[in-house]
Write a protein that binds this ligand. Sequence first.
Ligand code: SF4
Ligand code: SF4
Length: 457
Amino acid sequence: MEEEQKSMGTLEAIMAAGVVGAGGAGFPTHIKLKAKADTFIVNAVECEPLIGADKFCCREDSDRIVKGTLAVAKLIGAKHLVIALKRTYTAEIEALQKAVDQAKAPIEIFQTEPFYPAGDEQTLVYCVTQRSIPEGGLPLDVGAVVDNVGTVLNIARAMEGKAVTHKRLSVIGEVEKPLMLEVPIGTNILDCIRPAKPKDQEYAVILGGPMMGRIITDPKAMAKEVVTKTLGNLFVLPKDHALIRHHEIPIERVQKKAMAACIQCRMCTDLCPRFLIGHRMEPHRIMRNAFKEKMLEDDAMYLKAFGEAANCCDCGVCEMFSCPMGLSPKRMNQYFKGKLREKHLALEKNKDPKAKATIDERRVPTQRLISRLGLSVYSGQHLSALMTIEPANVRIPLRMHIGAPAQKIVAVGDKLHCGDLIAKMGGKVSANIHSSIDGTVTAADKDLIEIERGAIQ
Ligand code: SF4
Ligand code: SF4
């Protein structure tokens, strides 16, 4: 596999290695990089509060990140190359600058202010280029391609003939020993959490960051979750932490509170990152209209009242920081987004949004956000050493990316080496998947392949 991959062109090697967006929804990278753009931005901002995997990569793998950046620039024809991260990441900036200087690479280290969500793709593109992406659009619409730093690292590895088999992730929060891990894809998340020693027997875990991650409170559900190509953090919290309780409020109550308690102060709108880059997104209006939902007679009125909800990026600033009444414009937007999909309704997109003049003053400082979230107690958690885990078995999902699931090409009893192809791209938009350990296939269906660790001749 490695030798074969090394002799390929860069794009073919990226496709063969199964590289997908490591920091988001997992868009297949070989498709994204068929584009041509003048600017390539490596997103190393890691804006979710307190998480640390991307920062670790910047410190420890700066040479490879520079190599991957240059390779992508060549593919897409970019002349303006940027690695973006917060100005407070001093060790990471130093490591990357050194690697850039050594390679004499024409790469700008772009420093954002420490605000949330500086790493949101649309916000970041505005910070770097001063251009607002159209509503529902892509960075490419303003001449840019953005990849997460973990993706760029996987691109550099693909050029060395290495498939995506392992994932780096941090385990932080209510644990005795915060960890920086490198684990085979398909490792159960409990195998990652256990060595970090949770302080409580009963805990909740957020898969991802505290603002946009997925919360799991049921231990049986945790036992089914595995590390995927896109998971970068596990945040362990007490089950009764305010952040966890907030997300457990049923939508009916969220809606009732919105109708009863919204004072129309506009703070949710004034600090909304989508509103600030010029998209039609005024959450205070959605809150004001919430009571009308059942009274609206036709689709045109529904669209006028709630159509903007589709422009919400779920960043959570409105509910976790802005609202003085503890309301949840984000949850209301999610509710209305669902309704708009059901009704097949969509506003015409604004193709030429203009950022608000206040955009630079209305940033949410990360430290204040951490305090507002009740997470300051975890601020000092330091992740310097990398620990590896070798689980007895892995369960590898065949859908870790946007698009069609990969199609299995192995059967129960097959003997595999780490890096062997186990599922091929299942369509034009899809990605290859490889074994993440040496061992024997113990289960295989259209959704999942299970491999038991064992020496292979
Ligand atoms: S979650 Fe709130 S702040 Fe974020 S984009 Fe949506 S409405 Fe705006
Ligand atoms: S911030 Fe809260 S109270 Fe103010 S308009 Fe928005 S939802 Fe209403």
